[in-house]
Each structure stands twice: as C-alpha cells, then as structure tokens.
Ligand binder design. Structure first.
Ligand code: WTA
Length: 650
C-alpha cells in the first residue's frame, strides 16, 4: 500500500487566463470547441480517433477497424499501414516546407548546423540504406547511445523507416546499464558517437559502449560510430564501422516500405519497482497520432515556430517532443547538445534570443536551478520571441511556476504543465494554451480521449479535494502495448492494481474545478531531477558491493531536485563504516547505473526497520531521511529500538 501522505502543495491561488491575443491565433482557441471535442473523444472515442488519424497522418493503406481492445491489450488502426519516417519527412517534401529548417542544432562548443526537411530526409535515407547494407531488417533491434546531435534523430528515423525497433539509451547511463538493456532486447546493432560535449569536457560514449560489450554481450554484431568530438577511440575490426564511411557508400534514394499500424516502433527502458528496468514498447500509428495531435494542440505548434524541447533524446520526452511529434507537424526543432550552464548559466536564454525560439519546453528541476543561479543571467536577454512555455517531468511548485511566468514568459506566454509518462507515449493531462485558464502547480485538465480517475484502495472514486491514486480508465492510441519480453509484468504492474484499468503509479487529487494536482510517485520509483529511478534498482546495486549486507533507498524532499536519494546501508559485520566507504558507495552506484543516480546521502545503520514478516517499513525511513518526527504506527516493527539507531545514524 502506498504510504505517502497526499497533501496540497499550492500556496498560489491566482488563475491565469489565456490572453485574447493568444486565443485569436491558437490552433484551438475556443472553449466551446474544446468541450465538444473532448465530449466526443470520450463518448465516441473510435469516431473521434478515426477522424484525427485520417486528418493528421498519411496512410499507405487506410484502416477500417479503429480499435481492438482486449484489456489490457490494445490494437489501434490495425488493418491500416503507414511509415512513421515518411510521415515525419517525405510528406513535407514537395511542399513549401521542404526547404525550411527541420532541425537547428547547436553544439556545446558553439557550432551550429541546420538541416532542412529535404536535407534531413536525405540523411535519413542514406542511413536507412546503410543499416540495410549491414543486414538490418524489420523487427531487428538497434540500441542508440548518442549525445544530443542531429545524428541521433537521423538514426531513430532511419530505424523507423525500415522497421528496425530502436532502443535509445540515455548518454548518462553506465556500461552496466547499457549491457542490461542491449541484452534484454537482444540488439544486433549499437549506434554511438566517439563522444559528446558536456560542460566543456568530452563524455566518452564509444569507450563506454566498448566496456558494456565486454561484459558478456553476445547479440551485437556491429557498432556504428559517429564522429562528434574526435577523441581517440578503438575500432574493433569487422564489428565497428564509422558513420561517415557507411554514409559515403550509401545512396540517398530510399523508398520507405509501408508497415502495419501496430508494427513496433521502439522500446524505451524505464525504472520500475523491481531492480530490472522495464522495456516499454510503443508501436507505430497510435504513438505517432498521440504525439502529433498533442504537439499541435498543447504546444499550439505551427510551421512557423522555432520549437525547443530541452529533454534528452534518451528519455520519452525526447522521443515524443524532440523527434516524432514536432517533425510530423512540419515544425522547426532546436536541438542543443550541452549543459544549461556552460560556459555561463545564461546559455539557454542566449540560445532563445539568437535563434528566435518561440516555444520552450523544459523541466521544473531546470527552472529551479535557473532561479537559484539568479535573475541577472536572464535579464541580459529580451526573450521576446517566446510565445509559449511548457513544463514536464515532475510537479512544478507554484513558486517555480510564477518565476517561469514572470521572468521567462514576461507574463505574456501561457504555460502548459503537461502530465504524462514513458508509458502513455504522449501528453495526457495539460492545459490547452488557448483555452484553459492555468493554475500554478496543477496540470489542469485531461487531453482528448483521456479519462483520469482518482480512486481509493477499494476502487471507489474519492471526493473532489481528497487525495488518492491516479488511474486512466479509457484506452488511448499512444498507450504502451506491453513490456518487452514480459507481458506478465505489464499486466501486473499497470492493470491489476484495480483490475482492467491503467494504474499510473502517481498520487493525485482533483480540486473543486476538476483540475488535477499530481503529487508524485506513490510506488517505489523516485523522481530525481525529473529522472525516474527505481529504489530497488539502487538497492540491488548497493547490496552487490562486497561490504554491504543490506540497503534501503528512499527519497527526501529536495528544493532543487524534487527528490534526493538517501540510502540506508547495513554493512557486513566485519566491515567498518567510514567516510571513504560512503564516498566509494556513491561512486559505485554512479558507475553501475549512471552519474544521475549518484546518491545524495549514504547513512550507515546497524539494522533496517522491518516488520515481523521481514518487510522494510519505508515510511519510517522516509521520515528519518526528511528529518521529521516518525509518524504513524510503529508497533508492527520487529525491533522498535531500530528507529532510534537510525535517527542517530549519519
Ligand atoms: C512525473 C516523463 C507532475 C509523474 C514524461 C509521472 C509529472 C512520471 C509531470 C513519469 C507533471 C511527469 N506533473 N508529475 N507535469 N510530468 N510527472 O516516465 O510522477 O520519465 O508518473 O515521463 O513523472 O516520468 P517519465
């Protein structure tokens, strides 16, 4: 049972209405139209989605059947065929869009590259031919481990073009994490770069791939290496190929094949409540429809926009709102390779002014970091090109919302606080910028076809204003289809908390106006700086250390990161606690998972608080980590003295 108290976080009661000016130009500016469409989308979902799918996507073979829903398995538009890459690229050729920028790239060192739709199409075709020349074919898996460079998007779109399932691995993951993911989906190919720039340093990606493949990976036949930083890399004969060599031999003509709507598009690993990450599977047409329609209405995306989503391509936000959604809408996407504070903490604002960014989508943790760095870095820039702001990844605290509104949006830009997940594929709950008045801290109202419900343990809806668990009760096109190779876990994880409806893993409440307030995860997943980290994942890495007997990991509220990682560790009886060992354990976790999972604090404890049946009582550890009084019943503890010992631990 979740043991987190769900409370309101709002201290800001103002409501911010869209301006008349914004409304007048919005893709959807009428409340009446929104209400009518929403009603249709939930009352006649098949009719609604059929119309949208025909309007927004290009089909090779039109579908007849809209939805086949055998809980929890959905098939959308199953008898139709299309090609996702063709929808993102080819359909803009021969239109006035073909010579406009699809991607404007800025590297951390300051190099800038623009790819028009025509040029991007050419690169994708060449790379698709290159992949085929290596024997890659429909259904094969390719892992992509790259920095934020156009080639990452090219690789994804080329895979999509030939029906190869991509699995993008965030560039911050360790060799061990790469190995687990590559092995789990049995990738035949890894696409990487020699390195990427981060805070003026080179992150050696190829070397990390080499280390991963030495750890007992048998499935990988080839590694394609894109040259970004020109650092020295070792190329293994026969296995490793330079990107530029492959491209030099490839034709730029490539006729895309049509694939069934339900053909798998990608697997994206995300943290769950056990040590093993879950491979979330998304398929083609439904996913593309979800990302296309939300890009159009939530970001009010137009062909004239310069749109910047700061998410890394290794996360779902990068998939849906750097690549598929915006490109299928024919937008111009800005991609930035590096850190927000390199060389100075004004880099983002400088980029916005120089490139004339109109839409900016980022995470609350970044906003809080900018607040901390100080307003002077922002004030140097006009930011006058901006017309819409977005937030994603975690609840945005009202203070950060207000700062974003005032300092970045200059009180002129609507803010869309978008709630969604790797599993949902696309935005589920959000204000519509030309329609919905925003309340700072609330992600507002459901998008088309989305029916959120807040339920208690017995499956009853809780009254407005009360907290409970968030469920989605209606199937939607971009929903995950299963977990790669583990349909049982899929059923158990999402569809059995309350049988037959989707459990999001979040705690939330509706207010009296029907606005949704998401509090955060109530399962054993932490949201650290907008990154999902499973507590069990960190625990299993800690107990694998030779000196550790037991470990329990919890989150502690943190002003900057949302949650900080606190690890309670019991050492083997003959091992001594020391500051050096603490440091070694932090490094160990960073090495095994990735630097973003480095614990904020390690606390050595003689024992962990367990019930008589041996279950760790995490709520006690959460209170201790937060430095607050231990609340609730502790009489079920096997040994009550443990609490005092834990409080004294450091
Ligand atoms: C959290 C990221 C509050 C939530 C797209 C969810 C949010 C998890 C919001 C998914 C938001 C995401 N307000 N919480 N606007 N957006 N979350 O899979 O806990 O990396 O379950 O997808 O992030 O994280 P994921």
């Amino acid at each position: 049972m979740p043991d987190q108290t769900i409370t309101s976080v709002s201290r800001e009661s103002r409501v911010f209405k869209p301006s008349a000016e914004f409304k007048a130009q919005a893709n959807l500016g009428s409340e009446v139209t929104y209400k009518r469409l929403y009603k249709e989308s939930v009352n006649s979902p098949e009719k609604f989605w059929a119309k949208q799918a025909n309007e927004l996507l290009e089909w090779r073979k039109p579908f007849k059947k809209v939805l086949n829903w055998k809980v929890p398995h959905a098939k959308w538009f199953a008898d139709g065929t299309l090609n996702v890459s063709e929808n993102c690229l080819d359909r803009h050729l021969g239109t006035p869009l073909e010579n406009k920028a699809a991607i404007i790239f800025e590297g951390e060192p300051g190099d800038i590259q623009t790819l028009t739709y025509k040029q991007l199409h050419r690169e994708v075709c060449k790379f698709a031919n290159g992949l085929q020349s290596l024997g890659m074919k429909k259904g094969d898996r390719a892992a992509i481990y790259m920095p934020m460079v156009p080639e990452a998007a090219i690789a994804m779109l080329a895979c999509a073009r030939i029906g190869v399932i991509h699995t993008v691995i965030f560039g911050g993951y360790s060799a061990e994490s790469i190995k687990d993911r590559v092995n789990d989906c049995e990738a035949k190919l890894v696409i990487t770069s020699d390195g990427g720039w981060r805070r003026g340093k080179i992150i050696e990606l190829k070397a990390t791939v080499d280390a991963a493949l030495k750890k007992g990976v048998k499935c990988v036949e080839h590694v394609i290496v894109h040259q970004r930083t020109s650092n020295k890399v070792t190329m293994k004969k026969k296995r490793d190929i330079w990107w530029h060599d492959l491209m030099a031999d490839s034709s730029s003509e490539h006729k895309a094949k049509a694939f069934a709507a339900e053909n798998p598009l990608f697997v994206l690993y995300t943290s769950g409540s056990t040590g093993k990450p879950k491979g979330v599977l998304h398929t083609s047409a439904g996913y593309l429809l979800g990302t296309t329609i939300t890009s159009k209405y939530v970001f009010d995306l137009k062909e004239t926009d310069i749109y910047w989503c700061t998410a890394d391509i290794g996360w779902i936000t990068g998939h849906s709102y750097v690549v598929y959604g915006p490109l299928s809408n024919g937008a111009t996407v800005l991609m930035y390779e590096g850190a927000p504070n390199h060389p100075e903490p004004d880099r983002f604002w400088d980029i916005i002014d120089r490139h004339g960014v109109t839409i900016f989508y980022t995470a609350p943790t970044a906003i809080r970091a900018f607040m901390r760095w100080g307003d002077d870095y922002v004030k140097k820039y006009s930011l006058k090109s901006l017309r819409l702001l977005g937030s994603v990844g975690e609840p945005i605290n009202p203070e950060a919302w207000m700062w974003y509104h005032r300092m970045i949006g200059k009180k002129r830009c609507p803010i869309v606080d978008t709630w969604w997940q790797t599993e949902t594929g696309a935005i589920m709950v959000t204000p519509l910028p030309g329609v919905t008045p925003a309340k700072p801290g609330s992600c507002a109202v459901p998008f088309f076809g989305v029916v959120p419900k807040i339920l208690d343990e017995t499956g009853q809806e809780v009254p407005k204003g009360e907290g409970g668990r968030l469920f989605l009760t209606q199937a939607w096109p971009s929903m995950l289809r299963t977990l790669w190779g583990d349909d049982d876990r899929f059923k158990k994880q999402y569809w059995s908390e309350i049988k037959g409806i989707y459990f999001a893993g979040d705690g939330a409440r509706f207010d009296e106006d029907g606005y949704l307030w998401v509090v955060g995860r109530i399962d054993d997943v932490l949201n650290v700086s907008g990154h999902r980290i499973g507590t069990a994942e960190v625990e299993s890495v800690l107990v694998a250390h030779p000196k550790v007997a037991e470990a329990a990991v919890v989150g502690r509220p943190d002003d900057l990161k949302g949650s900080a990682l606190v690890c309670f560790v019991t050492l083997k009886s003959d091992k001594a606690a020391s500051d050096d060992l603490k440091q070694a354990l932090r490094v160990h976790v960073a090495k095994e998972i990735g630097a973003f999972a480095r614990p904020d604090s390690i606390r050595f404890a003689p024992a962990l608080p367990k019930t008589r049946s041996g279950k760790i009582m995490r709520r006690i550890l959460k209170d201790i980590a937060a430095g607050v009084e231990v609340k609730g019943d502790i009489t079920t503890l096997e040994d009550i003295k443990v609490v005092a010992a834990l409080q004294a631990s450091d």
